[in-house]
Design a binder for this molecule. Structure first.
Ligand SMILES: [Zn+2]
Length: 328
């Protein structure tokens, strides 16, 4: 039994070594157009900022368990345009959001009706870059009803749509989502179809929609597969996101995938398009994205507060050195 083992310099290496892949992408900037920061920590924000993430979009989504009243929706939407945006700014990251009724909770018709009523109070607010994430989960009649209603809302507000495609029966669900969007007269260039895979990408691109890919461990795409997709289809119309949320997910999925693409000799121009520019081009159609704001938000002052709340707790020092093993 070892009881007096002293940690050597070598033992500590795997804990502290962060360099590696980050060296590959030094100086690059990234835009993650789908990440649920409400479910993440300040460490995640710091790590994203350190890896070059300059701006993000947080889609309104399901919180893991069903909400029981319209007021919790109202408070959630208010937090996306309020507190969470402030929290993000404290790490120098420009925060946008999309607002919508997610597919799972569209199945509670009574509540869905109430949510539809409050959506117009939020979708015109500053920094709201689309209606999302909406679409199909189990592909029920109620999901279709509220998907259609929200497409109409997007049209009326002239906002892009961020579509969540189902895990089960993905190909059919993706096709149906696009068919219905066309039926409602939406321009495919205003529609971002999310959670694509090898099975769906060709048709989505061929029909003129944006094809977003979620790099999410186990259930969606791994980033080695993503490298192959870009090798095959190029960078036009494609964007990558982390969709990091309360599940096992990775808020560094975008920069890590960029590093992997670079290691596979994909051109810098293509990497920039799929990890930064395409998402900006698509969502800037909302009229809400000005890239000059990405720099403006860098003037971080963590001692600021938001309605009396701060990211710092009493006595804490702003920012910490992440590479250090010491926590002080
Ligand atoms: Zn999501």
């Amino acid at each position: 039994m070892c009881c007096s083992h002293q940690l050597s310099e070598k033992d500590l290496q795997p804990i502290t070594a962060q360099a590696g892949w980050q060296e590959n992408i030094k100086g690059m900037r990234f835009f993650d157009p789908h990440v649920h920061m409400t479910a993440r920590t300040t460490d995640d924000y710091q790590a994203m900022a350190d890896a070059g993430v300059v701006a993000i979009i947080e889609p309104a989504f399901w919180l893991g368990q069903p909400r029981t009243g319209v007021d919790t929706f109202r408070d959630y939407y208010a937090s996306l345009v309020g507190w969470e945006r402030f929290r993000s700014s404290q790490f120098g990251i420009k925060h946008y959001c999309t607002i919508g009724l997610n597919s799972k909770e569209a199945n509670n018709e009574k509540l869905a009706e109430q949510v539809m009523e409050i959506l117009p109070l939020f979708i015109y607010k500053e920094g709201v870059v689309g209606i999302g994430e909406i679409g199909f989960d189990d592909q029920t009649a109620l999901e279709e009803k509220y998907y259609r209603a929200q497409l109409e809302l997007a049209k009326e507000a002239n906002l892009p749509v961020q579509i969540h495609t189902p895990h089960r029966d993905k190909k059919k669900g993706t096709q149906r989502s696009m068919d219905i969007a066309i039926e409602h007269g939406l321009d495919p260039a205003m529609v971002i179809v999310d959670h694509n895979n090898e099975e769906t990408v060709k048709e989505v691109l061929d029909r003129g929609f944006w094809a977003a890919f979620t790099i999410y461990p186990f259930t969606k795409m791994g980033n080695e597969r993503m490298v192959e997709v870009v090798k095959q289809y190029g960078s036009k119309g494609i964007m990558i996101n982390s969709a990091a949320d309360w599940g096992i997910s990775d808020p560094l999925a975008v920069p890590k995938t960029a590093a992997l693409m670079k290691a596979h000799n994909i051109s810098i121009q293509d990497i920039e398009l799929v990890t930064y520019q395409n998402a900006i081009t698509a969502f800037a159609q909302s009229g809400q994205i000005d890239v000059a704001d990405f720099d403006a938000v860098k003037n971080i002052d963590q001692s600021l507060d938001y309605n009396g709340s701060r990211v710092l707790r009493g006595g804490q020092q702003p920012r910490i050195a992440k590479d250090s093993i010491f926590i002080r």
